[in-house]
Ligand binder design. Structure first.
Ligand code: ATP
Length: 609
């Protein structure tokens, strides 16, 4: 397939926000891509490989401007003007290349200039992108520049638009992974096989690989795909319920209570030989942040190879007391690892074992997986010089009564946990990769909020600050996620809980996600804002309650005509959820069920008013 052809599909995808239409266009695209399928899948997600490979193009806009200048002869000043006018560097590239084309057409007497440009196959563009991503270190800028310049010199205006958006990380076609899976099933199998594809995706976290396997080996090959050390699995997630009675009822009267640790989830891949790798909840490779944990794990592990999961928490090295999430988050992005190891000591609390010595344990009940953890770690060997065990198993207790749940909860909160997780122990208590279900139920009490849980909301817009906050944003417009329609719907204005420095830094960062000319196509809003953003950044928010609101679009018309839902008295908790993709924000269904759990009275009183 030619890159030009791929870009034509991108244009069509951008013209619609309807999931069904997108799926139809994707089906056509995937079929036409044929042998280039894997590259096409990655490129359409704006990437060069699966998420966990961490291959970033990361070309700065300035460098793209220079490449555009060198390949078109247009001055950087004129390019900057075109950029400001268009509000998007890809659109600016489209403009200047269209002008170049028009000039060439006028000068068509010069036969050699009038030669049709040779088309660029997708595979070639893909390979050049990889070269750009690989060129790092000294002299990398000039290497990147020359690669990019060569691509742009051959590009049509349309190709230039998407080349530029891709290399700057701004190709946001707004296609959810689940839509790509729907399209793959429809393109190469039938809809009934959609769950098989999803299972394969959940164990390998690589849509490109699933597509290629399906194309080459058919469904039988997809069914053969299994968990492997070194290939991260998509995380299993928890539901929430408001009372211990309801939790136990859902679990059939018995469950395993564990502390809900306030740290970062790590999926540790321990190979028979070679380096241990860690992946975050959104499958980013966090290996470099935790070399100390890798060392302690190696020391304490008694098996041959494994995939285990746990929560890494900052601890006080003297007392072993746990510290809040903000502490362990300090390890992110720090270059001097040795320094940060000493500054933020951590302990890994293991809670699951997904694979042990070649055996996939995900379809074994939880007690068996827990037993596998117990027998394959010698925790004393993972102790530091002071004797503090840096690898521990999550503290857990089997419970059968609500009183036991409450007692465990209170004890856990006193120890510094966010709350508890209650996990099913029944014969089908499997590890369900990539899904949120009632096999795991979280029970938290936000003391600072009357809402039963915090919400993870996406920044989609902002209001300019006034007074002391003039020059930065004074409040952010936050949205929840509606997976049915794959859109973000506003739910509150958030201006509380930030210190000035945070707001200032946030203002700077948000600029790179700015979307000109109104809300981003994936955002549904009814309120006015001074700036709109692509839905990227996820923040944790607490609030007093959920109320019906004519201003916000979350769940518009679901509970009441001409009204959506909003969070009353929202406050930022200080947690930036960089470990969550926007599609992992709190969903509309969760919001509606939290609203209902507040008691039906409110709906009635709101309806009367
Ligand atoms: P929250 O915002 O409440 O942390 P979440 O949306 O990130 O929730 P959930 O599925 O709701 O994810 O809660 C599970 C998260 O809790 C896990 O991703 C993990 O990071 C953390 N966690 C802490 N302790 C445990 C435990 N004992 N078992 C499983 N997960 C735990």
């Amino acid at each position: 397939m030619d890159y030009e052809r791929l870009c034509q599909f991108y244009e069509r995808l951008e013209e619609t926000t309807k999931r069904l239409e997108m799926t139809d266009i994707l089906v056509e695209l995937l079929r036409e891509a044929d042998g280039d399928l894997r590259a096409v899948v990655y490129l359409t997600r704006g990437q060069l490989a699966a998420d966990f490979e961490g291959i970033e193009l990361g070309v700065a806009e300035k460098l793209v401007m220079r490449a555009l200048h060198e390949s078109t002869g247009v001055s950087e000043e004129d390019l900057t003007k075109a950029y400001h006018k268009a509000g998007d560097l890809g659109d600016a590239a489209f403009e200047v290349l269209s002008q170049r084309k028009a000039r060439r057409r006028q000068a068509s007497l010069f036969a050699e200039e009038n030669q049709p440009q040779a088309s660029m196959p997708v595979t070639e563009v893909f390979e050049r992108f990889h070269e750009i991503a690989r060129s790092a270190g000294a002299g990398s800028q000039s290497g990147k520049l020359s690669l990019l310049q060569k691509l742009l010199a051959r590009a049509s205006p349309r190709e230039a638009r998407y080349l530029v958006r891709t290399v700057t990380g701004k190709l946001r076609l707004g296609i959810a992974d689940m839509t790509i899976l729907d399209a793959m099933a429809a393109a190469f199998a039938t809809k009934e096989y959609r769950p098989d594809l999803e299972r394969a995706y959940n164990v390998c976290s690589d849509l490109g690989l699933v597509g290629e396997t399906l194309l080459k080996g058919g469904l039988a090959a997809v069914e053969e795909m299994r968990a492997q050390v070194g290939v991260p699995m998509r995380a299993m997630l928890a539901e929430r319920l408001p009372t211990p009675e309801e939790i136990l009822a859902k679990m059939g009267g018995e469950g395993l209570c564990e502390l809900k640790y306030d740290g970062l989830r790590l999926q540790a891949h321990i190979p028979a030989q070679g380096a241990i790798h860690f992946y975050s909840r959104r499958l980013e490779d966090l290996t470099r942040q935790f070399p100390d944990v890798a060392g302690y794990l190696r020391e304490s592990f008694r098996g041959r190879e494994a995939i285990v999961e746990g929560e890494v928490v900052a601890v006080d090295p003297q007392t072993g007391d746990m510290k809040p999430f903000q502490e362990v988050a300090k390890r992110r992005g720090r270059k001097n690892v040795e320094e940060v190891i000493a500054e933020v000591p951590v302990t890994l609390f293991l809670f699951d074992c997904l694979l042990l010595d070649g055996e996939d344990l995900t379809e074994k009940p939880l007690p068996e997986r827990r037993e596998a953890l117990t027998r394959s770690f010698d925790l004393a060997r993972g102790a530091d010089e002071e004797g503090l065990e840096r690898i521990q198993l999550s503290r857990a207790k089997r419970v059968t009564t609500p009183e036991e749940v409450v007692a465990f909860f209170e004890q856990s909160v006193a120890e510094g946990a966010e709350g508890i997780m209650v996990k099913s122990v029944g014969p089908d208590s499997f590890y369900k990769a990539g899904s949120r279900g009632y096999q795991w139920i979280k029970y938290k009490r936000e003391y600072s909020s009357e809402l039963q849980d915090s919400l993870d909301l996406v920044v989609v817009g902002a209001i300019a600050g006034r007074g002391r906050r003039a020059g930065w944003y004074g409040a952010l417009i936050m949205a929840s996620y509606n997976p049915e329609e794959d859109v973000f719907e506003t739910i509150c204005k958030l201006g509380t809980g930030f210190d000035d420095a945070t707001l200032q830094a946030m203002t700077e960062e948000l600029k790179s996600y700015q979307h000109e000319g109104g809300p981003h196509p994936r955002v549904r809003a009814r309120i006015a804002a001074d700036a709109w953003f692509a839905p990227v950044k996820v923040l944790e928010v607490v609030g007093a309650e959920l109320t019906l609101s004519p201003l916000h679009t979350a769940g518009w018309g679901v509970l009441k005509e001409e009204a959506g839902l909003s969070v009353r008295f929202p406050r930022f908790t200080g947690k930036v959820r960089d470990d969550k993709k926007p599609e992992e924000a709190t969903t509309l269904d969760e919001i509606i069920s939290m609203f209902k759990q507040q008691g039906h009275k409110r709906v009635e009183s709101a309806e009367e008013s």
